[in-house]
Design a binder for this molecule. Sequence first.
Ligand code: GDP
Length: 282
Amino acid sequence: MIVQWYPGHMQKAKREILELNKYVDLYLILLDARAPLSSRNEQLESLIKDKPKIFILNKADLADEKKNTQFLNYFESINQRALCVDSLKGTNVKNIFKIAENLLKDKIEEARQKGRRKIVRFGVLGIPNVGKSTLINKITNSSKAKTGDKPGVTKSKQWIKINDYFEMLDTPGILVPKIEDDLVAIKLCAIGSIKDELYDKELVAKKTIGIIKKGYCELLNKKYSLDFLNMSEEEYLIEIGKKRGCVLKEGKIDTLKAANLFLEDLRKAKIGRITLDEIGDR
Ligand code: GDP
């Protein structure tokens, strides 16, 4: 087991989503563009299958551009609306409303014919640290939705008016990550969606090096001025430690420090724009 997991959380998340579902017309489901499949939770999504949804591939600025396009095509192929977004800069955020209007055009028109105005209520869902609060802030231009760099912050709920037609819940629904296998767990740890204390950082760093060396070996070698050819993941991490001066008193390499440095570099896209999932993973 890569992550020390707690099954009770799924039940709590289910209850919260069912409550949310009483009020929401349309969901923005945030996925991490660096792992769009691993950051989904289809089990919880099935609770809201009666409502329209838009998948937001957030942090697209950190993900591999080629794979961003591939994943957009993938979602289209499964008949789902998806959009690549950078919530920090606000890239593509306006297009969310265009898609939303299109998805709900029948309801909007029906209300119009009855002389009423349909107010579309948005709810935001996603796993911890995927950028829910950042997106809500960007859309509502308010500081009401607190952002933080730590997974799992909760706040009290309030609808925020965006314009005459749209309202948004200021509090996102938190999707518990669905850890189907060790590979998914490693990727979720690597992108920072699992609390640090729940996993072994050295193990995750080594396994992540193993994942990214397949498609991004050149980026990795360039970043650390190393050559992966003849090295195992363990040796590679040790070499990163040597390069970065992660040395313990006895002269041994501090591989935990090296793992932390590597994961930090990865999360900030300092190695390059890397996507951990492949379309074929699902
Ligand atoms: P939440 O737990 O889902 O509400 O996530 P937050 O909104 O608190 O964001 C977590 C971290 O990701 C923060 O450090 C944000 O600045 C950062 N972040 C959010 N969206 C983006 C994005 O689109 N691009 C980048 N580069 N960082 C983002």
